[in-house]
Write a protein that binds this ligand. Structure first.
Ligand code: ZN
Length: 469
């Protein structure tokens, strides 16, 4: 195990944390109503005059919502290869492809076979694995690339061309007439081979809207399977994403894919809002790796969509594998999983403040919208610090099998807080204190409030420990 792997267990969890199980009396419907599953005529399919007047009732636009009806195009093996640290050999690519397939992503997108001879061989090798996920490759809108791509055995080809004024002027130098002609030729060619084809513009949010809608309409008419919007530079905000996707939804009949860069940290929010506006496919990469700071991260997107509809997300994906996949990719590109990563960040399910701890112990839904056990992880309540509370300490007393009254536990907690005011106490420190306190009560050497007696017992315990060493 190398240093960039996360555990579901915080690094020092054996020292100062208590693992807390789910309580039997937790509420089930803690995620709130799912806006994506409103039936068209209100809750029970009937529509009274009162419901029609309800300003919060679903509107027509709500039925565009695909938050509970989407597919993931996992692009770690394409976009992810553009991450500064990435170099995936064949073996690593295959390991990542297999893990993502087992997780349950619907599509895997691979680097263009036109990029290099090895890229072509790797693409063919992954196509031969017989995975459940459909295999796509990502090419420039060019017949030379398309001819190579269709020979690799892929299930589909993702075609892309820049349409923004910046790219038209400073990158490929082509006008919209040329772009449209090239798109039609490539799409017809790929379709003639009986495989899926997607057409995407690049830097869509800085492209002329009329140009965009016109080319999407053209490719939709000739039978493209999906059109793609790409926030290649990460400039879009959720409202812009909603408006563009919703407008496009009204113009094309085919599926809509979206590719979102994370330069301003909005890639997950933008993906969510794209689904609300009617997008059908979201591009992700593991840990979000990609060009610059990358794209919508798989884990973060899953967290966001799970919060919206846990049952749907659980039914589609093998969530317990998320940590393993992130560790695999983190190791391959030599980065750490960020501490604040949704789901797998090492503090993702750690509760500290006494008030939080008490509520979490009664019902985890109070401060958790993600159930750690759904991801094969465990929640922790940190207790060896000065913000601790007696309820969390009581939970540890019970785990240790000690019998103390509430008054005794409160007394012991006061001592933990006093010590933690000087330095944070490890779990061992807390356990020792509780055991010493317990044996003091049992033997009659200690009563509630006898501070000096407790200090003496703790000193004797430390002396005995040192003598034993
Ligand atoms: Zn990209």
């Amino acid at each position: 195990m190398c240093s960039h792997q996360t555990g579901g267990v915080p690094p020092d969890s054996s020292q100062d944390m208590v693992a807390v199980g789910d309580t039997p009396n937790r509420l089930n419907g803690h995620h709130g109503p799912n806006s994506a599953t409103h039936p068209p005529n209100g809750a029970n399919g009937h529509s009274s005059a009162k419901e029609r007047r309800n300003p919060y009732a679903p509107r027509a636009s709500d039925f565009l919502n695909n938050v509970s009806n989407f597919k993931i195009i996992e692009s770690t093996l394409r976009e992810g290869e553009q991450f500064a640290n990435a170099f995936f050999d064949t073996e690593t690519k295959i390991a990542i492809a297999k893990a993502l397939d087992k997780f349950g992503v619907e599509y895997l997108e691979l680097t263009s076979p036109a990029a290099s001879e090895q890229s072509r061989r790797d693409c063919e090798a992954i196509c031969k694995l017989g995975l459940n996920a459909k295999i796509l490759t990502h090419i420039r809108c060019h017949m030379d690339d398309a001819r190579i791509a269709v020979e690799t055995g892929v299930d589909g080809v993702d075609v892309v061309i820049g349409t923004s004024s910046f790219l038209r002027e400073f990158s490929h130098g082509k006008d919209m007439t040329y772009i449209t002609k090239a798109a039609i030729e490539v799409i017809n060619f790929v379709k003639s081979k009986g495989i899926e084809v997607r057409f995407s513009t690049e830097d869509s949010f800085r492209s002329d809207l009329v140009d965009l809608l016109s080319i999407y309409q053209t490719v939709d008419k000739i039978g493209v399977d999906r059109v793609g919007i790409a926030d290649t530079v990460g400039c879009a905000n959720p409202r812009q994403v909603y408006e563009l996707v919703r407008t496009l939804r009204g113009v094309v009949a085919c599926d809509i894919e979206i590719h979102l860069h994370n330069d301003t940290g909005m890639a997950i929010a933008n993906a969510y809002t794209a689904l609300e506006a009617g997008a059908t496919h979201i591009d992700t990469s593991v840990l979000g790796i990609g060009e610059r700071v990358g794209i919508t991260p798989l884990g973060g997107l899953v967290a966001c969509l799970y919060a919206a509809n846990p049952d749907y997300v659980k039914s589609k994906y093998n969530l317990g594998m998320l940590r393993e996949i992130e560790n695999l990719v983190a190791e391959a590109v030599e980065v750490n999983v960020p501490f604040s990563n949704p789901i797998t960040g090492y503090v993702a399910f750690t509760h500290k403040a006494g008030i939080h701890a008490k509520a979490i112990l009664n019902n985890p839904s109070t401060y958790e919208i993600l159930k750690p056990e759904d991801f094969g992880l465990t929640r922790y309540v940190s207790i060896g610090h000065r913000l601790t509370g007696w309820n969390a300490v009581k939970s540890r007393v019970e785990q240790l099998g000690l019998e103390l009254t509430d008054a005794e536990i409160k007394d012991a907690t006061a001592k933990i807080k006093e010590l933690a005011d000087v330095r944070t106490q490890s779990m061992d420190d807390v356990d020792s204190l509780l055991r010493v306190y317990h044996s003091g009560i049992q033997s009659g050497a200690l009563e509630v409030g006898q501070k000096e007696a407790l200090d003496r017992l703790l000193q004797e315990h430390r002396a005995a420990q040192l003598a034993a060493e």
